[in-house]
Design a binder for this molecule. Structure first.
Ligand code: 5GP
Length: 178
């Protein structure tokens, strides 16, 4: 693997495909154990999680369901501040065991803002599973229940994650070069 240029920036190899897939399988094993006898509902957050959600879902053996949402963020009024709404949540989550599938928790702002809306709908349980977690970048409290990998606070792309629209098709994860 060598460095690649995406738009105007240089990215260096960071996490190999084999490592990613092994970590995803490891996470699936944990979920299969923790959700034994249940029928979890996975809610995958597009766009960044599509590859992760797909590989993870293939390894789940406990009769899971999945749906996909997009989180749209816009500026509300001065009193409401930053608002996040979900597009595409067409499943009743009341009394369901919900697992959010996210690509990455960076500042935590997106999930911190959105989760109360899901909790309002009274799921039986609500857990967060992420491909990548950047604990050093986190400024908003979000409990990441499952993380495939913890990484430092640098921009990454590949395996579903983009830089300005490009790079999602890359099988490995690359990191922005210094
Ligand atoms: P938050 O800061 O709210 O936790 O992150 C929100 C979203 O920003 C993530 O779901 C992800 O789509 C995007 N994001 C955060 N860090 C990175 C990164 O290093 N690379 C890419 N490609 N997207 C990121």
């Amino acid at each position: 693997m060598s460095a690649i240029k995406v738009h105007d920036k240089l990215f260096v190899p960071f996490i190999a495909e084999e490592t990613i897939l092994n970590k995803v399988k490891e996470l699936a094993r944990k979920l299969n154990k923790d959700y034994e006898g249940k029928r979890p509902l996975f809610i995958a957050v597009l766009n960044g999680s599509f590859m992760f959600a797909s590989d993870l879902f293939k390894e789940i053996t406990v009769e899971p369901e999945i749906c996909f949402i997009r989180l749209a963020s816009y500026k509300g009024t001065q009193s409401t501040g930053h608002v996040i709404t979900a597009v595409g949540l067409d499943v009743d989550i009341k009394d369901r065991h919900v697992v959010i599938i996210e690509d990455i928790v960076d500042t935590g702002k997106t999930l911190h803002t959105y989760l109360p809306q899901l909790l309002n709908q009274q799921p039986a349980s609500l857990k967060i599973a992420v491909l990548l977690h950047k604990p050093e970048a986190q400024t908003h409290p979000v409990k990441v229940d499952y993380a495939c990998m913890t990484i430092s606070n640098k921009f990454v792309l590949g395996y579903g994650l983009d830089y300005d629209g490009l790079g999602r098709n890359i099988r490995e994860i690359y990191q922005l070069s210094e």
